[in-house]
Design a protein around this ligand. Structure first.
Ligand code: IMP
Length: 427
C-alpha cells in the first residue's frame, strides 16, 4: 500500500499530527500538501515536546524524507525558526525538501490579512493572521512569489515591485519598502536554498520505486475553500483531492484516505458549528479536559458534541476509507454522550450536511444519546481493554458512517495510539 492521505474530517485540530507521526514509522516519505503556518501540532515523544507549524512531523523519524509540496505557502522566517528549533532539539533536518513551486508568504501578506479582517468587522473570518489568504490570493492572481524566484534577483525585484504596486492602496503607510522586502527574502532564501527542489519529482520517484508515502493534510474538510463552510474557511484545499494538486501526483497514486476526527467536535474562528455547546457547561468541560486552545494562536476553541452529519459529509467529499478517532479519553467523565445524527433545517429533517451557509446557520442538531463510561480509557493498550461503553461509542460511529475505525488515540504520548487495522498492508 504505497500512498496514504491523512485528512482532517472536521474543522481542523483533529490530531492529524499524532496520526501522521504514528503512520510515519512505516513510511519512507511524509508530504505536506497545503496550508502554511496557520496549522500547528504538538508531538510528545518520551517526555520531550516538539511543536510543528510547517514541517511535517515525520521529521522526528530519523530515516524519513519530509516534503513541503507546491501547494504549501511558506513564511520563510517561520520555516527557518522551526528548522533552528528542531536542530536545537538534535533533530536532523537535512532530509527536508521544499518545492521550488511553493509560494512565499511575505510580511506584507500578514499586513493585508489583518487589514481584511479589520475591514470585515463583526463578519470577520477569525483568521490566524499569518497572511495565508493574501498569499494564496496573489498565487491565484498570478502575482505571487515562488521559492524559485530569489534565484533570479532582477526578476525578483520586478515581481516584488509589482506586488507592492498591486496592493499600493492597502499597503500605504506600511514600512515594507521594495528594498526591505528584497533584503528580507534574499537573506532567508540564502539559508533555505539547500532544501529547495523539485518536490513532485522526489515524491513520484519514491512511489515509482514502491516506497511508502504519507500525505499529511492540514486544517480540515470543513475549512476547505470549496467543500468547507464558505466563506468561513481557509484559502486552500485540505481535502484529499488537494494532495494531488499540492504535491504534484496523479489521483491514481492514492490507495487509501484516512479521515481523522476527534471523539467530539471543535472549531476555532468564526462560522457555523451546529453542535456547539457555547453556553452549556459541557462545552467548557470538553475544552478543559481536551486542553482545547489553539497551538498557533492560543485562542480557546469552541467545543461541542460529535457531529455525525458533518462527518458523513467528510467521508463523501474525501472518499475516506478508514477513520482515526482521537482524544476518546476526553469523554471519560460523562454520564451520557450525545451525537448528532440529523439536522432540522427550517423544519425539514435531513441527514445531509447543507452546502449553503444560510441553511447551516439555522441547522438544529437532532441528537442520539449514548451511555458514557465514567472510567479511564488511558490505561488501555488494545481495543479490548477499553470500557464496553467506549467500544460501543466507536461502533456506533462506524455503523453510522459505514467506515471502519483503524486507529484510536487515548492520550498525548506517542504510545497512546493503537491500531485495529494495519493501514500499510492490503486489507
Ligand atoms: P486562515 O487559514 O488563517 O486564513 O484562517 C481561516 C480560518 O481557518 C479561521 O477560522 C481559522 O481559525 C481556521 N484555521 C486555519 N488553520 C487552522 C488550523 O490549523 N486549525 C484550526 N483552524 C484553523
Amino acid at each position: 500500500m504505497p500512498a496514504i492521505v491523512i485528512v482532517g474530517a472536521q474543522w481542523g485540530d483533529e490530531g492529524k499530527g499524532k496520526v501522521t507521526d504514528y503512520l510515519a514509522r512505516e513510511a519512507d516519505t511524509v508530504v505536506r500538501y497545503q496550508g502554511g503556518n496557520n496549522a500547528g501540532h504538538t508531538i510528545v515523544v518520551g517526555g520531550s515536546t516538539y511543536r510543528f507549524h510547517l514541517i511535517p512531523s515525520g521529521m522526528l523519524h530519523r530515516d524519513k524524507t519530509c516534503v513541503l509540496g507546491n501547494g504549501v505557502v511558506i513564511d520563510p522566517e517561520e520555516l527557518l525558526a522551526e528548522l533552528d528549533a528542531l536542530a536545537a532539539q538534535k533533530v536532523d533536518t537535512s532530509r527536508l525538501i521544499v518545492s521550488s513551486q511553493a509560494h512565499y508568504i511575505l510580511p506584507t501578506h500578514q499586513v493585508l490579512d489583518r487589514q481584511a479582517e479589520a475591514r470585515k468587522g463583526a463578519a470577520k473570518i477569525g483568521t490566524t493572521g499569518r497572511g495565508i489568504g493574501p498569499a494564496y490570493q496573489d498565487k491565484v492572481n498570478r502575482c505571487g512569489i515562488r521559492l524559485s524566484d530569489p534565484a533570479h534577483p532582477e526578476r525578483l525585484r520586478q515581481k516584488l515591485a509589482a506586488h507592492l504596486e498591486e496592493h499600493r492602496a492597502d499597503l500605504a503607510g506600511c514600512d515594507w519598502t521594495l528594498d526591505r522586502l528584497l533584503a528580507h527574502l534574499t537573506a532567508a532564501h540564502g539559508r533555505l536554498r539547500p532544501y529547495i527542489g523539485d518536490a513532485s519529482m522526489v515524491v513520484n520517484d519514491v512511489l515509482d520505486r514502491g516506497g511508502r508515502v504519507l500525505f499529511e493534510g492540514a486544517q480540515g474538510t470543513l475549512l476547505d475553500i470549496d467543500h468547507g463552510t464558505y466563506p468561513f474557511v481557509t484559502s486552500s484545499s485540505p481535502t484529499a483531492g488537494g494532495a494531488c494538486l499540492g504535491a504534484g501526483i496523479g489521483p491514481t497514486r492514492i490507495d487509501r484516505v484516512v479521515g481523522v476526527a476527534k471523539a467530539y467536535a471543535t472549531r476555532v474562528g468564526s462560522g457555523p458549528f451546529p453542535t456547539e455547546l457555547a453556553t452549556d457547561p459541557v462545552g467548557a468541560k470538553l475544552r478543559e479536559r481536551g486542553k482545547e486552545f489553539g497551538t498557533t494562536t492560543g485562542r480557546p476553541r469552541r467545543c461541542g458534541w460529535l457531529d455525525l452529519v458533518a462527518l458523513r459529509y467528510a467521508v463523501r467529499v474525501n472518499g475516506i476509507t478508514q477513520l482515526a478517532i482521537t482524544k476518546l479519553d476526553v469523554l471519560d467523565e460523562f454520564e451520557s454522550l450525545q451525537v448528532a445524527t440529523a439536522y432540522k433545517v427550517n423544519g425539514t429533517l435531513t441527514r445531509e450536511f447543507p452546502t449553503a451557509i444560510e441553511d447551516l446557520e439555522v441547522a438544529e442538531p437532532v441528537y442520539e444519546t449514548l451511555p458514557g463510561w465514567r472510567a479511564s480509557c488511558s490505561a488501555a493498550k488494545t481495543w479490548s481493554d477499553l470500557p464496553a461503553e467506549a467500544t460501543a461509542y466507536v461502533a456506533r460511529l462506524e455503523d453510522y458512517l459505514r467506515v471502519p475505525v483503524a486507529l484510536l488515540s487515548i492520550g498525548a504520548e506517542r504510545s497512546a495510539t493503537f491500531s485495529r487495522l494495519a493501514l500499510w498492508e492490503p486489507l
